[in-house]
Design a protein around this ligand. Structure first.
Ligand SMILES: [Zn+2]
Length: 465
């Protein structure tokens, strides 16, 4: 349990600057109820002895819509050429399989614990865990098939971050029902196994935790398993989110074309009930027609720019997608970076590098690139997580990030320039306070258990080395 306490006092603060749905506001009082929901968002508030005055700039906390927690401990270990052949996503994937083959449930809990504290301190307030490490190292089931899921839940609970757990269906090694390889045996879960897992986990869920499902990819989930997986979710967590990796790599697009005659995003739009509950993770390689149809479906494009750059995936056509009013969110995915600043910055910079233009996201709808990207990722991210958050608004969860007003990057800035300066200037951390569900989890840049969590992480990583 989180050290501060679960029966926290009601959050009630006045901040000098806050980004509200209607725009920037001054002297904003934010009050949450005991369930962690915002019940008052009032600009121009009079000083009140009941409300704590906090200096800084209040923003909605950022949802992190795509995470494979265990990969945090692999970051930095795959940055050298291996085996004499050209390195690629696929050689990285082999290294990743080798690494995860050794992980125990204790290891996973320790790694996720460190990761989630890092996320909170960086300004992420919720995370969707695309969780596919279901089985023991030999491919057998744990005595409790939900063992690994429970470790992820425990790490999230200890850190205070809100979690949407997405157990992943994984059945085949490639398109057309190819058998899974040895490196994939820890992932295997069919719709019956999913149904069982969801039922075991359902009693664990409360206000800060949501259940959805993930289909690993069209490589790993045969078409006839999709309706069964969705039906299992509907029984346990009606309306819960559905995530899928799609069109991340050119080779995947070519294999999908060879298998079905259609491209991966096109195939999904034609064969699955893709709507606003869905999050298509990466969707990197899409045609103009796929861009328009994906945007019109209401699904969220789950963009992970630092991982996509690290793996050499390619560049998502952001401008055309935003022009079609498509929804986006960001994820730190493989955790080569754990920072909403870096994800949003590189989302924009990738576009600038290939397009030879500046401020590519500007105008959708704000002139400010930073505000456009931040608000889009906050609201789209919340939708993809199946939570009411992503804006400082009555009725939404009190997930709040307060930027440090003393930070040199923010000196002399106001309004949208605050966000532009935070996102596009320097790399010193500037998050001062963070609340999740009306509960402070970071104050003055510190998380109350950061030292213990780090000590456990260090022991774990040394043991794995
Ligand atoms: Zn992923």
């Amino acid at each position: 349990m989180f050290p501060f306490s679960h029966t926290h006092p009601m959050l009630d603060v006045i901040v000098p600057h806050a980004l509200l749905p209607a725009g920037w506001a001054e002297g904003v009082r934010l009050t949450a109820d005991a369930a962690g929901t915002l019940v008052r968002v009032e600009a121009g508030a009079e000083p009140d002895s009941a409300a704590e005055r906090i200096e800084g700039v209040a923003l909605p906390g950022m949802p992190n819509l795509h995470s494979h927690a265990f990969q945090r401990a692999l970051a930095g270990l795959t940055e050298r050429q291996g085996g004499g052949t050209e390195d690629s996503f696929w050689s990285w994937r082999s290294a990743m399989y080798g690494f995860l083959g050794r992980l125990t449930p204790d290891d996973v809990e320790a790694i996720a614990g460190q990761l989630y504290v890092e996320m909170l301190r960086a300004g992420y307030t919720s995370v969707a865990e695309f969780h596919y490490l279901h089985r023991a190292a030999d491919g057998g089931r744990y005595d409790d098939p939900a063992e690994m899921s429970r470790r992820v839940l425990a790490a999230a609970d200890a850190s205070g971050i809100a979690l949407t757990l997405l157990p992943v269906v994984y059945m085949t090694g490639d398109f057309g029902g190819a058998p899974p390889g040895e490196g994939q045996r820890r992932f295997l879960l069919d719709p019956d196994g999913l149904s069982d897992l969801l039922e075991r986990l359902a009693p664990e869920l409360d206000g800060g935790r949501r259940l959805g499902v993930a289909l690993h990819s069209l490589r790993a989930v045969p078409p006839d398993a999709i309706p069964d997986a969705l039906a299992a979710l509907e029984r346990v967590s009606p309306g819960g989110p559905v995530h899928v990796h799609v069109a991340e790599q050119r080779r995947e697009v070519e294999a999908c074309l060879a298998w079905s005659g259609t491209r991966p995003v096109e195939w999904l739009l034609e064969h699955a009930p893709v709507d606003a509950r869905w999050c298509l993770v990466h969707a990197t390689h899409v045609t103009p027609s796929e861009v328009r149809r994906l945007a019109a479906s209401g699904a969220v494009a789950g963009l992970c720019p630092t991982t996509e750059a690290n793996l050499g995936d390619g560049i998502f056509p952001l401008r055309d997608y935003l022009a079609s009013e498509g929804a986006i969110g960001i994820g730190s995915d493989s955790h080569v970076s754990v920072s909403p600043v870096e994800e949003l910055r590189w989302l924009e910079y990738g576009q600038r590098l290939v397009g030879g233009a500046r401020n590519v996201a500007s105008g959708f709808p704000h002139p400010s690139t930073g505000r456009t990207l931040f608000e889009a990722a906050a609201s789209g991210g919340a939708r993809a997580m199946g939570i009411r958050a992503g804006a400082l608004e009555v009725g939404r969860r009190a997930d709040i990030v307060v930027l440090d007003p003393e930070h040199p990057v923010l000196a002399g800035r106001s309004g949208d320039a605050l966000l532009d300066s935070w996102l596009f200037s320097g790399n010193r951390p500037s998050v001062r306070h963070v609340a999740v569900g009306g509960r402070w989890v970071v104050r003055d840049g510190r998380h109350p258990s950061q030292q213990d969590v780090l000590a456990r992480y260090r022991r774990t990583v040394r043991g794995l080395a």
